[in-house]
Structure formats: structure tokens, C-alpha cells
Design a protein around this ligand. Structure first.
Ligand SMILES: [Zn+2]
Length: 339
């Protein structure tokens, strides 16, 4: 028995006012032929040496009993069901409508009622798969108020977007898994995509007409200049020598990360990516020293057009010494044309 609290009040056992204790007691009970153990709350009267339950305690104890059973059967507990509903910010009633269940079903599952395994599976799938929730939401659109529908739709779309970004990050990180932290290939730094997003955004803010080829060069110069100064790259990106200069591994996925924004523009019949600053993104990952390196790179090349920038890159020892399509080794940072 564990005492939760002690207070002077009207005792439910002897109906007199005195100090009454609220206690937790380990109970044993049977549900669906299973013996279940759980902690139940009681009020204890020391005068009558009696335990009683208020209406509220009866309700809570029933939930605790069923939750213990749910846990034992590997079913979602009431709190876990509430948590899933909260992910999507839906009311109990609307959640039941979206799932096509009886109106009070969710309310009951979040309390004393034990869900069957079919419903349990559906709830688990909903938790993992916002796209499926969106489908169900669309299907039940007419049965929800417009305001509720719009709110849920906005929420789930934001969730899908952030899931997509998480997935994208994972795929990029997978591509770096064998070279992560490698001194020669990544400059001894573990890939830091938060810094990558931040650097791109700093360049997008400070450089006019920032197109992809130029951005890739800026990234390369920033990492290599930082390596020249400190012996470490900023981002941990690995660069390959492509015909137009250095390009980071997984560059196509990198520019699709959340926090990086570009517009597709037509130049002489070709599609070009013009990068734009994303407002509200603070620099919280890059250090003062790293920001200084970035400023120095902008100071050196800020006014150059893409063609001049490619020419400069082609004169770098790092580029000349590297075979086409091979990784550019960080050791060449020492011969970089800028300091
Ligand atoms: Zn009493």
C-alpha cells in the first residue's frame, strides 16, 4: 500500500470529518479469463479501518484495470490511443467518423473498453501512416464540419511534409554511411544536414542570382576553406569532380530538403534552379568562425557569374589533380587559391 495524500475531509466510510488518506493498492482481477494486476486508488478510513472508492476512483480504477489487461495483451492503452488522436489533433467524435466507427467508440477505447485486435491494428497503422489518415479524412469530408475538415487537413499535410523531410534526411545519410567522418572524403566531419540547410540559406540571402552550379561551388569553397583553416570541413559533405566543377554527393536530394527553396526558371530554353532565401530560418548551427569562412567565400566570388566561377574552380589544384567523377580529396585544401 502506498499513501498518495492525506487530507481532512468528510470521510466516505464513517461520514465524519477527519483526516483521510488516499492510497494505492495492488489489485488482482480477472478479465476475459486472464488474471490482471494493477494499482487501484482507494480512500482509507483509519477509524473504521475501511477502504472505499469515490465515483471518480471507481472510474479511474476500471481504466487502470483495463489498461493493465491491454498491456498484457499487447494492445494500445487508453493513453496511447489519446496520443494517436492528439497527433492529428482530432476530437473523439470526429476520429470515430473518420475511421467509420460508432460515434462513442473512441471515447470508450480511451476509457474502460478494450478494443479488439482489428481496431487496434487500424489505430497503430494510423499512427505510422499520415497518408492513410489523409485518405480516410478525404473520404469522410462530407460528414465533418468544414472548419474541422480544414483544420485536420492542414495538420496532416504538415505532418506528411515533415515525415517526407525525415525520410529524405535518412536516405541522404544512408548514402554517406560508408564515408561519414572520413578525413580525406568528408573533411573529418560527420555529415550535418542542419548546417547544409543553413549554409544554403545564408548564400541565398547574400548572393544575388544564385543558381545551382554556383551554389555547389560556394559549398565546396566553404568546406575546403574551413578545412584549410581548421583541419575540419563545415558540413561533412563529400564532393565529386564533375565537368562543371565540384558537386556534393546526393546534391539532388539535398536541395529538396525542407528549409531550402528554389524556383525553376527558363534560361535560353534550359531549366535553371534559382535559390531563394527562406525567411525566419536563424543560423543556430553554424559557428562564428564558420560564418566568417562563408562571408570570405562570398567576398571572393560574390560578383562572379557562373561561367567565371567554373573557370576559377577548374584552375584549383584540387580539381586538376582529381579524375573525372571521383571524390575530391580534402588534402588539396592546402593548395586552395583563397585563404
Ligand atoms: Zn472515517
Amino acid at each position: 500500500m502506498k499513501i498518495l495524500k492525506s487530507q481532512t475531509k468528510l470521510c466516505l466510510s464513517c461520514m465524519e470529518e477527519h483526516e483521510v488518506q488516499e492510497v494505492l493498492i495492488l489489485e488482482e482481477n480477472i478479465f476475459n479469463n486472464k488474471t490482471v494486476h494493477y494499482n487501484a486508488i482507494y480512500e482509507y478510513c483509519s477509524k473504521a479501518d475501511e477502504y472505499t472508492q469515490s465515483e471518480e476512483m471507481i472510474r479511474k480504477n476500471d481504466v487502470a484495470f483495463k489498461d493493465a489487461y491491454k498491456k498484457q495483451m499487447n494492445l494500445l492503452t487508453s493513453d496511447e490511443i489519446i496520443e494517436i488522436r492528439n497527433i492529428y489533433g482530432v476530437s473523439q467524435k470526429d476520429f470515430a467518423i473518420i475511421l467509420g466507427w460508432g460515434l462513442a467508440t473512441i471515447t470508450r477505447y480511451e476509457n474502460y473498453q478494450v478494443q479488439d485486435t482489428a481496431h487496434d491494428d487500424i489505430l497503430r497503422k494510423i499512427k505510422e501512416d499520415p497518408k492513410w489518415f489523409l485518405q480516410l479524412l478525404e473520404r469522410s469530408r462530407d460528414n465533418l464540419s468544414l472548419k474541422a475538415y480544414q483544420k485536420y487537413s492542414k495538420g496532416v499535410n504538415a505532418l506528411i511534409k515533415s515525415k517526407k523531410n525525415e525520410f529524405l534526411k535518412e536516405v541522404i545519410e544512408m548514402q554517406y554511411i560508408d564515408i561519414n567522418g572520413n578525413e580525406e572524403l568528408t573533411g573529418g566531419t560527420i555529415l550535418n544536414l542542419d548546417k547544409v540547410v543553413e549554409i544554403v540559406n545564408v548564400f541565398s540571402l547574400k548572393v544575388q542570382n544564385l543558381f545551382k552550379v554556383k551554389l555547389m561551388k560556394y559549398l565546396w569553397y566553404s568546406d575546403f576553406l574551413n578545412y584549410k583553416r581548421t583541419g575540419r570541413s563545415i558540413t561533412g559533405l563529400a564532393y565529386k569532380a564533375l565537368p562543371m566543377g565540384a558537386v556534393p554527393e546526393a546534391h539532388e536530394m539535398i536541395i529538396a530538403l525542407e528549409g531550402i527553396h528554389f524556383n525553376e526558371v527558363l534560361i535560353n530554353g534550359n531549366t535553371a534552379y534559382k535559390f531563394e532565401y527562406v525567411p525566419g530560418l536563424d543560423t543556430k548551427y553554424l559557428s562564428e568562425e564558420e560564418l566568417e569562412v562563408i562571408s570570405d567565400v562570398i567576398r571572393q566570388f560574390g560578383d562572379m557569374n557562373t561561367k567565371d566561377m567554373i573557370d576559377v574552380m577548374h584552375k584549383e589544384a584540387a580539381y586538376k589533380e582529381t579524375e573525372a567523377n571521383e571524390y575530391i580529396l580534402y588534402k588539396y585544401a592546402n593548395q586552395l587559391s583563397i585563404n
